[in-house]
Ligand binder design. Sequence first.
Ligand code: PLP
Length: 315
Amino acid sequence: MVINGNVLDMIGNTPLVDVSRLSPNPDVRIVAKLESQNPFGSVKDRIAKHMIVQAEKEGRLRPGQTIMEPSSGNTGIAMAAIAQMKGYPIKILMPTSVSIERRQMLEVFGAELILTPGEEGSNGAVKRAMALAEEHPEYCFLYQYGNDNNPLAHYEGTGPEIWRDCPEITHFVAGLGTSGTLMGTGKFLKEQNPNIKIIAIEPPLGERVEGLRNLDEGYIPPLFDQWHGFDLLDRKRVVRPRESLEWTRALVREGVFAGISSGAALAGAVKVAKEIERGTIVFIVCDGGWKYLSTGAYTDDLDAAEAKAESIIYF
Ligand SMILES: Cc1ncc(COP(=O)(O)O)c(C=O)c1O
């Protein structure tokens, strides 16, 4: 073990864990990449660090400048933590419909919260942020949905780590919010082995499933186009809220206390495992379960948890 210079040096290099006991096919391994182990608790630590450090290098972010960003939680939390360490004031636009723990975490790290209507979801927060950026050109708006440093953090980090630790990978499965994880990791893995399949998890069209983004819903993150998402993705898998909760609980029984989008990704991995003869599927555990405790996702009666899940945005 080494002594890290500061917490930012501890972002990335997350562990893989075999959860093949949950595989429906004895010839298919299922491996989880625990992004929940990042210091601020999620996969978004990577992009927050990369976007902020690059903006500093490019002169887009100057000492004392205010940062402003729409986020349903994880990106905001990581950016707020880093902004506080580096002395930047930060404003986070977030829908009212996220879990209370997310708001609390942002307060812990000193962010100013601007709440947007819950029924407009993440897209509403993005729209408000765009308008605010026009009104306040003095703010530094890093815009995770269109910033190449988001997928680049995965192209330079998540992808190489998976390839180093699990070169036998045949399928990569992740949820899609900004698409940064899938674009960056997917592009890197395909460059190493074009036979690796890249699979996005989506909610059914028109159904509000835990804030997962359905690409047919009208908003395609600019990054998805910039990184040629339709060419890069091999398949999409639709996962319903109940399946996400069930598989999140199954992960807990393996000792992996993960957030709901991780259950959605695992549900997708299980569907893939049923369809293929053999292989090794790596899926992303985006965050831990801590920020979802108030939702009852782990302990409530499943019907009640499912009903609640419809109104909460998880990412
Ligand atoms: C919990 C969680 N899962 C999945 C995602 C999706 O990741 P990405 O934005 O890289 O597509 C996010 C972020 O939006 C998230 O916060």
